[in-house]
Write a protein that binds this ligand. Structure first.
Ligand code: ATP
Ligand code: MG
Length: 424
């Protein structure tokens, strides 16, 4: 039996991918735009393991969250310790900061990560069991300026990629005092509808009613239409933080809309929460999301440092780019493709290709077929700019015919003139 990639995972290929977003040069393009943007905002990279002790996510993501209750890839290692493939990045970043004694009182960190995340979900368009996230964490700053900078950074990444028609939805989930007040109002409202709620939401009603606001069940969503708003239950300090953030985003000319239905699926948020939606994706149209999580580092045993961050799913971002028909620069391709005809020509072609590569000019060489047509097709498939055929005549005269594949123009070039020609 032929072995296939696990359900909900996919390969990223240089060519031959089933879907365009699975082509590796698109991933390079996205990662390049991300790295350039974060550098401008002063963020530095952190890489953490792709698996961690399971308790880390129980504590960090929250034991009642969907991720921990039903989406984690959990296994026992050979010493019977419970480990989980990371479902998200924030918990690991916080663990690393504490472990390396970087989360000291008064310290500030601006970190980003890019990498695979694992969630046992029902695979569908935009929802996979292995997906990739780019995320940032800004740690140590409590003021709304940091929230504004973080949201602006994510919007800038999307704009640099070329995405159009983005919508930033902004809300505040308040501080613990605001949430206690709101939880009471929400359960009061939902109690009469209890028997009509989805089974999941009935459990949430007991354990963590705020989570019902995040339900995707259509019936739940209908019931929630009349639910009270978080924004009317904010404490004074949470309200002034939210108002200041709105004002800052206005000043930075970042368009957003206030959406009091956003709570986010992870337990650790407080005050600011936001989601960014893109056109052209159907049901899975949230491409990025984040918020403030001031209490989280302390729950891991670190200093009580404030923090704000986001994560964005690269699959959905690339799918949006493809759906919106955004032009993406081609990947690295050979500048010249040498096609030797006959055994004698092979070593000369290899010498010329090597000469080019020593001078950092990308050069391909056809070592397989002797058929000119097939070799030229290979050059075209690799998107080479030039092709150079080397046969008996060329060996005798020491001169090449270099063909520009797009315009079909040819140039006669001496073997030892090839570097200046290609550099020119
Ligand atoms: P959703 O509501 O779509 O399940 P989420 O709230 O679980 O999303 P987050 O935990 O905030 O998502 O993850 C950040 C981003 O990662 C999402 O906005 C999305 O772009 C992406 N993402 C999350 N889960 C998946 C998945 N299973 N497959 C692909 N991308 C995902
Ligand atoms: Mg989810």
């Amino acid at each position: 039996m032929q072995i296939q990639a696990p359900k909900g995972t996919f390969d990223i290929l240089p060519y031959g991918a089933e879907e365009k977003w699975q082509l590796s040069h698109l991933w390079h393009y996205a990662e390049k735009c991300i790295r350039e943007t974060v550098a401008e905002y002063g963020y530095q990279e952190i890489r953490t393991p792709i698996y961690e002790r399971t308790e880390l996510f129980d504590r960090g993501v929250g034991e009642t969250s969907d991720i921990v209750t039903k989406e984690m890839f959990t296994f026992r290692d050979r010493a019977e310790r419970s480990m989980s493939l990371r479902p998200e990045g924030t918990s690991s970043v916080m663990r690393a900061l504490i472990e390396h004694r970087l989360a000291k009182p008064g310290s500030v960190h601006k970190l980003f990560y890019i990498g695979p995340m694992f969630r046992y979900e029902r695979p569908q368009s935009g929802r996979y069991r292995q997906h990739h996230q780019f995320g940032v964490e800004a740690i140590g700053v409590a003021g709304p300026e940091q929230d504004a900078e973080t949201i602006d950074l994510l919007v800038q990444v999307y704009q640099r990629l070329g995405l159009k028609n983005l919508k930033v939805h902004l809300n505040s989930v308040g501080d613990p005092a605001s949430r206690t007040a709101f939880r009471f109002a929400l359960t009061q409202y939902l109690r009469p509808y209890f028997s009509e709620l989805s089974a999941d939401s009935q459990v949430r009603f007991e354990k963590n009613p705020l989570r019902i606001l995040d339900s995707k069940d259509p019936k739940d969503r209908e019931i929630l239409k009349g639910a009270p708003s978080l924004l009317t239950h904010l404490s004074d300090s949470a309200r002034s933080h939210f108002e200041a953030l709105c004002h800052l985003l206005d000043r930075l000319e970042v368009p957003y809309r206030v959406d009091d239905r956003i709570v986010r699926g992870l337990d650790y948020y407080n005050k600011t929460v936001f989601e960014i939606l893109s056109e052209g994706l159907g049901a899975q149209n949230t491409i990025g999301a984040g918020g403030r999580f001031d209490g989280l580092i302390a729950t891991f045993g670190g200093s009580d440092l404030p923090a704000v961050g986001f994560a964005t799913g690269l699959e959905r971002v690339l799918q949006a780019l493809v759906a919106q028909d955004i032009a993406i620069p081609p990947g690295q391709s050979p500048l010249v493709y040498f096609i030797p005809l006959g055994e004698n020509a092979k070593s000369e072609a290899l010498r010329l290709a090597t000469l080019c590569r020593r001078r950092h000019i990308a050069a391909g060489i056809e070592l397989y077929t002797q058929k000119i047509q097939t070799a030229l097709q290979n050059a075209v498939r690799l998107e080479a700019t030039y092709a150079a055929i080397i046969g008996e005549d060329e060996l005798k005269t020491g001169r090449l015919q270099i063909k520009h594949l797009a315009s079909r123009e040819t140039h006669a070039v001496q073997f030892d003139e090839i570097i200046p020609f290609l550099h020119g």
